[in-house]
Design a protein around this ligand. Structure first.
Ligand SMILES: Cc1cc2nc3c(=O)[nH]c(=O)nc-3n(C[C@H](O)[C@H](O)[C@H](O)COP(=O)(O)O)c2cc1C
Length: 226
């Protein structure tokens, strides 16, 4: 499965089988997590066979069952952290899908398990991504239209492809509050106002880049033009 195929196949899965991650899956994920941490100045961590993170019974949306593996979304506090966690976290999510694993981003309904994690001084845990062999493959979410999330005219074909892939991306409570703009031959994307909207921004930008073949997002983050 290619990463573009993974974009189509991925849906949030909240219920998992007992199958453990294989040694190959763990090795492949950890190798990419190391690269993401290096490139993105992050401290993402894969935690395996650790059920406590998902045992908290809190009022929440979404019901999780049998989650034993997850990626902890950790990085240094500061501007652009949520965007980078979204961008690199989704890179791992799509890689996991190609390894026949299912995932679900989780911003709220998990319990912090300090013993299983390394959170250094100045760092913060912003959420986790549940991971494993799903009991189901999930379902396609309802989506906004291309027109509802874009600004501009005379869109090139690759821009359309990028936005279509962005509309398949996970966003918190499926809010899809982002907007892609095509102006003066340049792409940009901005977050709306909402819960985890800046993490969503990184996630959708990664989908856009994979499907369009155009990278712009990390540069946009560096120049601060969001
Ligand atoms: C940043 C973020 C936080 C999320 N937090 C939760 C959560 O706390 N609980 C939950 O059940 N789902 C959570 N989700 C999953 C979304 O509800 C899901 O991605 C969205 O409904 C779209 O569905 P799909 O992922 O199947 O395409 C989160 C997703 C994102 C991107």
């Amino acid at each position: 499965m290619t990463i573009n195929e993974a974009i189509l196949a991925r849906h949030s899965v909240r219920e998992y089988t007992n199958a453990p991650l294989t040694a190959v899956q763990i090795k492949t994920l950890n190798a990419d997590i190391d690269r993401c941490n290096e490139e993105g100045a992050l401290h993402l961590q894969l935690v395996t066979d650790e059920p406590h993170c998902f045992q908290a019974e809190k009022p929440h949306y979404g019901k999780f069952r049998n989650v034993r593996n997850y990626i902890a979304l950790i990085g240094p506090r500061g501007k652009g952290l949520d965007e980078r966690l979204g961008y690199y976290g989704e890179r791992i999510v799509l890689l996991a899908q190609t390894l026949e694993l299912n995932t679900c981003w989780v911003g709220l309904t998990y319990k912090k398990t300090p013993n299983a994690l390394r959170i250094d001084k100045g760092e913060v845990l912003r959420g986790v991504i549940a991971l494993g062999v799903g009991a189901t493959q999930g379902v396609q979410h309802r989506s906004k239209s291309f027109e509802a999330v874009t600004e501009g005219t005379d869109f090139p074909n690759w821009f359309r492809k990028g936005v279509e892939a962005a509309l398949l991306a996970p966003t918190a409570i499926n809010q899809q509050k982002f907007r892609f703009k095509w102006q003066d031959g340049k792409v940009s994307v901005r977050a709306g106002i909402g819960f985890f909207a800046h993490m969503d921004l990184g996630i959708v930008a990664y989908h856009f880049e994979v499907a369009s073949g155009q990278s712009f997002f990390l540069n946009q983050l560096r120049t601060g033009k969001e």
